[in-house]
Write a protein that binds this ligand. Structure first.
Ligand SMILES: [Zn+2]
Length: 170
């Protein structure tokens, strides 16, 4: 992915609007991927194990899956997932991007709901949280794992405990 690093903004003026959108999409995707890798490295560093990365076989393809604890973690890119704090509308093809981000957000909600019904605890972390307060993100994951009992087939019913400390955007 090093090729993307050579892309600079001034060059983008020479690109067509469509190409520019595509370039921007590639850059944003790369940012999100590197953020995920950062969380992955942090988990390894603090010795949190028992997870799989990008589980394609599970609804929504979560970035991190802790099967024994029935916990999934998503790292949501601030652009793609329309972060209320960071999302800025692109200057071109606004209709296209508005619709795309709205679709992504709707899908996120659907995926979260579906997974919760299946008994998973779902933690969503914003890209900016991970960038600014990585330690706090790792603590969030660790705390959630510590609160969860080991999952066995006999306790497949989703727990209905009151949720405390809902994720705040910071
Ligand atoms: Zn954000």
């Amino acid at each position: 992915m090093t090729g993307l690093r050579s892309l600079r903004l001034p060059q983008m003026d020479t690109l067509s609007k469509r190409e520019r959108s595509r370039t921007m999409a590639a850059v944003q995707a790369k940012d999100t991927r590197s953020t995920e890798r950062r969380l992955r490295a942090k988990l390894v560093a603090v010795g949190i194990g028992g997870w799989r990365y990008q589980a394609a076989d599970l609804t929504g393809k979560p970035d991190f899956v802790f099967p024994r604890k029935r916990v999934v973690v998503f790292v949501d890119g601030c652009f793609w997932h329309g972060c209320p704090r960071c999302y800025r509308r692109p200057s071109s093809r606004r209709g296209y991007w508005d619709a795309k981000v709205a679709r992504n957000k709707a899908r996120d909600r659907r995926v979260t709901r579906t997974l919760r019904r299946m008994g998973w605890r779902v933690l969503r972390i914003w890209e900016h949280e991970l960038a600014k307060t990585p330690q706090r993100c790792v603590e969030k994951v660790a705390n959630l794992l510590a609160r969860r009992k080991r999952f066995t087939a006999s306790c497949s019913a989703p727990s209905r405990k009151p949720r405390k400390a809902a994720a705040r955007h910071r």
